[in-house]
Ligand binder design. Structure first.
Ligand code: GAP
Length: 448
């Protein structure tokens, strides 16, 4: 089934509505780097928060962590990234473009058909040097995954949190990979954000926990509005497993360029703790008081990309509809992800309407991300809010001055209800929690 929107439309909406801009645009941009604008920063934060809430706050078997991006170089020797975090690279002898050898079909350069060099292994970690003297000893790497910050803190967390296994440690943060081929907007970039959970379990229970986490993570996307038919699971073949993995499932999403990885859930076994114990000389094991035994835990790792999730949520929410002969572009984003929850829109800039509209804005904004907009026609303002996925618009008209009532307009059903100003906060709060939410035909379709 083809995806319903092409990437150009998403890129253009993101630019037009302040979601995502090309990085360093006034200098011509920087390949594969993107900046999140005023709306994008809210959306991205909401994605992070939704993940943190479901992984850390709503569970008592997971704790959080925030480790440094630059780590001791020994970490990457132990983790295998210095030796194995490589892609085969070929270069075109005519146009000198570089390609991932395993991602091209046929013999010649995909751009000009020119002859390609033999593949050579290219390490994807960004190197930099720490300290003022550029010598071998000060070479360090920008982390290519947040996971290693968790493994090297395993002992610190176990001894200070007084928690028992199974125990998860979660982290969200930037990772860097010098990818050979980037593209498809924010799908694959050289700087991106990871949301990773390392879930430590007793060996022998790992397969069960892998199944558990695959289901949990799949359901997370569905709960946040991604249609099931656009998601699927794929188990890695033995020949494609990463050097640390015993088993791995990808949650794939039907992106405009086809089915592609959205998140990976791997069984890393005891690889990382054993390696770090060996390289650091520190014992990394767990004493199970109930069983009276000591062991090196196995690790189940759901690893997702913030940016790639943002992209999937945007694509899945995007719709073009015809309303009374007029086209409207709308993002049917889940209310918890929408950058703006409520827009306060006085019917016009008339000075009589402004005080009540401002009063309503000031009342709502401490509770919800609220936008105030009084420019252009009300129709155009609704369209603007639809394009960024604002679930509710509150309109103040001349009658409002008389009857102290305002109109709530729902993004999906387009239903308009008149409510007393005094009740507005309570009603919006309930609606934003999903309580007595008027399920529109559109949402009914999505939930099938
Ligand atoms: N620690 C395991 C790990 O990093 P991965 O499959 O390489 O596994 C996990 O990455 C997720 O991180 C991917 O499913 C994707 O969502 C995101 N990701 C990886 N590389 C990325 C890139 N270059 N740009 C954007 N997102 C990326």
């Amino acid at each position: 089934m083809p995806a319903k929107v092409d990437m150009d439309k998403i890129v253009s909406l993101c630019k037009r509505r302040g979601l995502i801009f090309p990085s360093s645009e006034i200098y011509g941009g920087l390949a594969s780097c993107w900046d999140y604008g005023p709306m994008g920063v809210e959306l991205k934060r909401n994605v992070r928060d939704a993940w943190w809430k479901s992984i850390v706050h709503e569970r008592d078997d997971v704790v959080g962590l925030d480790t440094s991006i630059m780590m001791h170089p020994g970490v990457w020797a132990a983790s295998g990234h210095i030796d194995s975090f490589t892609d085969p690279l070929v270069e075109c002898k005519s146009c000198h473009l570089r390609w991932r050898a395993d991602a091209i079909e046929g013999q010649g350069c995909p751009k000009c058909g020119g002859e390609l060099t033999e593949p050579r292994m290219f390490n994807l970690m960004f190197k930099t040097s720490m300290g003022p003297v550029e010598e071998e000893a000060s070479t360090i790497y920008l982390r290519p995954e947040t996971a290693q910050g968790i493994f090297v803190n395993f002992d610190n967390v176990i001894t200070t949190s007084r928690k028992k296994l199974p125990l998860g440690i979660a982290q969200i943060g930037k990772s860097f990979r010098n990818e050979i081929t980037t593209g498809n907007f924010i799908f694959r970039t050289r700087e991106f954000e990871h949301m990773e959970l390392e879930y430590f379990v007793k060996p022998g229970t790992d397969e069960e926990w892998l199944d558990y986490w695959v289901k949990e993570r799949f359901d997370w996307y569905v709960k946040l509005g991604v249609r099931k038919e656009n998601l699927r699971l794929r188990q890695h073949g033995k020949d494609e497993l990463a050097h640390y993995a015993r088993d791995c499932y990808d949650i794939e999403y039907l992106f405009p360029m086809g089915w592609s990885e959205l998140e990976g859930i791997a069984n890393r076994g005891d690889f990382d703790l054993i390696q770090h114990a060996k390289y650091s000389g520190r014992e990394l094991s767990y004493y199970d008081a109930e069983a009276g035994e000591k062991y090196v835990p196995y690790v189940i790792e759901p690893s997702a990309g913030v940016d790639r999730s943002v992209l999937a949520f945007l694509i899945d929410a995007y719709d073009e509809e015809e309303i009374e002969g007029e086209k409207r572009t709308v993002l049917h984003l889940h209310r918890s992800l929408a950058p703006v929850k409520v827009a306060v829109l006085p019917l016009s800039r008339n000075e009589k309407l402004t005080p009540l509209a401002k009063e309503i804005f000031n009342k709502l904004c401490p509770s919800f991300v609220t936008d105030y907009d009084d420019s252009q026609s009300i129709g155009r303002r609704y369209r603007r809010q639809d394009e960024i996925g604002t679930p509710f618009c509150v309109t103040i008209d001349f009658e409002s001055l008389e009857d102290k009532q305002v109109t709530i307009r729902e993004r999906d059903s387009l239903a308009q209800i008149r409510v007393p100003v005094g009740e507005l906060g309570k009603i919006l709060e309930a609606k934003l929690k999903g309580e007595s939410f008027d399920v529109s035909p559109l949402w009914a379709t999505r939930e099938k």
